[in-house]
Design a protein. Structure first.
Length: 474
């Protein structure tokens, strides 16, 4: 009986060195990750460049991107499977860099938000296609190691993004935080055309579930709007509570819709796999905590310690740089013992990093002794958790569901990022920040980290599970 992997259409020529394929896919993922971290760093600069704009309004340049990304990423995986992963990957990169130019040239916050939506669609097309291309290139027994390296690439972009972005913003303005994507994307397209091989997953037909997409986008958007505007004088609390409740109802309405629709946005049956279910719920919680930690860092550095843009961007780099070797090492360890021990350890240490930030730093800047230890601890934690959750989410899924399963995992984490950004803007985007305001943020951070650890207990990706599955298909 042929394996599920054999059902993929294979190119006629010899298979390309998988690490070359990995490198090309990583260029694109690096570009997308770099763009997100640069925007965190440049938030206040962009806000100052648009007179009359509010922090809540500008936050939609981040949240609209994440909401559309979350909703469109799942069908994008199916599009890549059907029409060709290489083809859709290149199309996504081209759309992303075109929208990046539009972002940098935006004359207002409104135009910036629109351009970010288009940029998000490009990211949706390239991301699941990139991971599917990489997974297709490597044998199953190497995928845990590859996923660790894959997570390290995003971490490296997160590490370099604030420093590079802050320097670019100081030298050329925030617009160049977007323009920098253009040469990176063109390099990626050039390499993709000459090196990548096409692969598809045969489908009889593909119909986009526009109702499901709208349910997700509208539901998450309503919840986010309610959180962001809680401090607004224009919206009564009762109305905002109603908007949040309506958003929750819209999200929950997807369950009966998916059961009655022959081709829903994603199959609920995927969540019958306990590892897939808990990896995604844990990923949602951790994404909120990560967005809170990352975004609030810049508020602290620029408001409490009064660091310059460049100093603030450089100061955060050691944390994400710690993620890189940790993610690579965690992939190797997971290939021997599974992901659960790494996930629980990482969640606990992430809670400890929040505790450090809550109680150690004060108003007097002392980066080396008061901030750096907590930053390194958080980097170690993220390196253990995020790559492990990404790998665990697709562990045990059949080959035909790699792209969709990965897309769901990324979408769930994007929704978590939206909530994290909304909470940070709500609690910290104010004229006179006090250290006590940050204590609230870190209390949420700690609680979410501990919840992540508890949710990881049912995750089972021990290598012996592969042996059991292999034996059951013989």
């Amino acid at each position: 009986m042929p394996s599920l992997e054999a059902s993929y259409s294979q190119p006629e020529k010899a298979v390309t060195n998988p690490w070359r394929v990995f490198a090309i896919a990583c260029i694109a993922i690096f570009m997308v990750s770099l763009d997100n971290t640069i925007l965190y760093a440049g938030f206040s600069n962009i806000l100052r460049s648009f007179p009359g704009a509010t922090a809540a309004g500008l936050s939609w340049a981040m949240n609209a991107y994440s909401i559309v990304y979350a909703a469109m990423l799942i069908p994008a995986g199916g599009v890549a499977d059907k029409f060709g992963r290489k083809k859709i990957f290149i199309l996504g990169v081209l759309l992303f860099i075109s929208a990046s130019f539009a972002c940098g040239a935006s004359p207002s916050v409104g135009w910036l938000i629109v351009a970010r939506v288009v940029q998000s669609i490009g990211a949706c097309l390239l991301s699941p296609a990139a991971l599917a291309i990489v997974l297709q290139a490597f044998p199953r027994d190497k995928r845990m190691i590859v996923m660790g390296a894959w997570g390290a690439v995003g971490a490296l972009a997160a590490a370099l993004g604030p420093g590079i972005g802050s320097l670019i913003i100081e030298l050329g303005g925030w617009q160049w935080a977007f323009f920098i994507n253009i040469p990176i994307g063109l390099l990626c397209i050039w390499q993709s055309v000459t090196i990548l091989q096409e692969s598809t997953q045969p489908r009889d037909k593909l119909r986009l579930d526009w109702v499901g997409i709208l349910q997700l986008m509208t539901g998450v958007g309503a919840i986010t709007f309610g959180i962001v505007e809680l401090n607004s004088t224009h919206w009564p609390a009762v109305e905002l509570a109603g908007i949040v409740l309506a958003g929750l109802v819209l999200l929950l309405s997807y369950i009966p819709w998916a059961k009655s629709n022959p081709e829903p946005l994603f199959e609920l049956s995927l969540f019958k796999n306990n590892t897939f279910l808990f990896a995604n719920v844990a990923g949602f919680m951790f994404a909120i905590a990560f967005a809170i930690m990352f975004f609030s860092f810049f508020f602290w550095m620029k408001t409490i310690w009064h660091f310059s843009q460049c100093m603030a961007g450089t100061a955060i780099m050691p944390g994400p740089l710690t993620v890189v070797p940790t993610a690579i090492l965690s992939g190797k360890i997971a290939s021997k013992i599974g992901h659960r021990p790494l996930l629980i350890t990482g969640s606990i240490t992430y809670a400890l990093s929040g505790l450090w930030f809550m109680w150690v730093p004060d108003a007097s800047p002392d980066y080396l002794t008061e901030w750096l230890p907590g930053l390194l601890l958080s980097g170690l934690s993220v390196g253990l958790v995020i790559p492990s959750l990404s790998a665990a989410s697709v562990f045990g899924l059949p080959a035909k569901d790699y792209a969709v399963g990965s897309a769901i995992n990324h979408a769930v984490r994007q929704v978590g990022t939206v909530i994290g950004v909304a909470l940070t803007v709500l609690l910290l985007a104010k004229p006179h920040l006090q250290i006590a305001d940050f204590h609230q943020m870190y209390a949420i951070h700690i609680a979410l980290a501990l919840m992540t650890g508890l949710l990881c207990l049912p995750i089972n990706t021990h290598p012996r599970q592969l042996l059991v599955k292999s034996n059951s298909t013989v």
